[in-house]
Design a protein around this ligand. Structure first.
Ligand code: SD4
Length: 321
């Protein structure tokens, strides 16, 4: 058995023998002071603008991601998030959202109706309750107790489309139905801290009661301030089955770049579902050093990246060529 002194000596010696894997992780472990924001789809562009302002003025990544994703949540023309989102098959707009800060705190709401900004309710769940997730009527009650107002989230346009869909009631989730979907956003602030947010009305015409990956910590989004953060968009069932965002972050912890980690997480789905024609998945990721990555299953997924004072919309590389 090792006595305490030999144990300490060994520990000390071991700490000087740096494995190649550790070197790779360590090479990116220096906190950046340059803020970075990455978010999913076209609607990430205006969302990034708001998040960037928060970061530029020295605000936290947590405030940046919350303020950023509130933009598409409040925009009725974005028909996949918040107000104006497409309803479920029974005509209810039901919302999922989650948020995570640099200290490992997390909050989420699922199956929430009538509240325009679910991300802000998720943040309050994180900050004011002993829980991580509130769902359905309980989440609504909590929101109302905290000053949120009920609103009709079903716009005339969403209602019109739902009524047209009902004529066939043919449930076939389509890949890239509208070229913008769930918004997931990850940010690195001037203090070098990471946070993430994810908010959606989920798959259009889903079964009533269906909850996707977006409010599930580790599936729709995950943030570990030592390593990096990741988030997902697309068919949530596959993201949940592979705990996608947690997987991406853990791959980064093992030394993979954000790009390699996103690619490997998509590959897990390809292995599980060889017939993936009707499934779209997109991941975004950021490391503690501000390195970013993105990857998707089918072409068509784009993301907004704000760094060095410039906001750019970029097509993600895809598994299917
Ligand atoms: C869900 N992941 O509810 C969400 C939908 C989505 O791009 O992201 N669409 O499954």
């Amino acid at each position: 058995m090792l006595n305490r002194r030999r144990f300490l000596q060994r520990g000390l010696a071991a700490s000087f023998v740096v494995s190649p894997l550790f070197q790779r992780v360590n090479a990116t472990a220096v906190a950046s002071k340059e803020p970075v924001v990455i978010s999913t789809w076209n609607h990430g562009m205006p969302a990034n603008e708001v998040a960037w302002k928060v970061l530029q003025s020295g605000g936290t990544a947590l405030d940046a991601v919350e303020q950023g994703v509130r933009v598409p949540e409040g925009d009725p023309e974005v028909m996949s998030v918040g107000f104006g989102g497409r309803p479920d098959r029974d005509g209810h707009v039901t919302l999922d959202a989650c948020i995570m800060d640099d200290k490992g705190n997390a909050g989420s709401v699922s199956f929430l109706e009538h509240i325009k900004h679910p991300i802000s309710v998720a943040r309050l769940v994180m900050e004011k309750t002993p829980h991580v997730m509130l769902s359905g009527d309980g989440a609504l009650e909590f929101a109302l107790q905290n000053g949120f107002k009920t609103e009709n989230l079903l716009t005339e346009e969403a209602k019109r489309q739902w009524e047209a869909w009902k004529e066939q009631s043919d449930y076939q989730p389509e890949v890239n139905i509208e070229n913008h979907d769930t918004i997931s956003m990850l940010a690195l602030d001037q203090q070098g801290n990471l946070s993430g947010a994810c908010t959606t009305s989920g798959l259009a015409y889903k079964m009533h009661g269906r909850v996707g990956d977006s409010p599930i910590i580790g599936a729709g989004m995950f943030c570990d301030n030592e390593v990096g953060a990741a988030a997902a968009t697309g068919h949530g069932e596959w993201v949940m089955r592979t705990v996608g965002s947690f997987l991406v972050v853990e791959l980064m912890r093992q030394g993979h770049s954000p790009q390699e980690a996103c690619e490997e997480a998509v590959m897990r789905i390809v292995k599980l579902k060889p017939n993936f024609d009707e499934v779209q998945i997109g991941y975004i990721a950021i490391s503690k050093a501000g390195e970013t990555g993105a990857y998707c299953l089918h072409p068509g997924f784009n993301y907004a990246l704000y760094r060095d004072g410039q906001n750019k919309l970029i097509d993600a590389d895809a598994y299917v060529k």
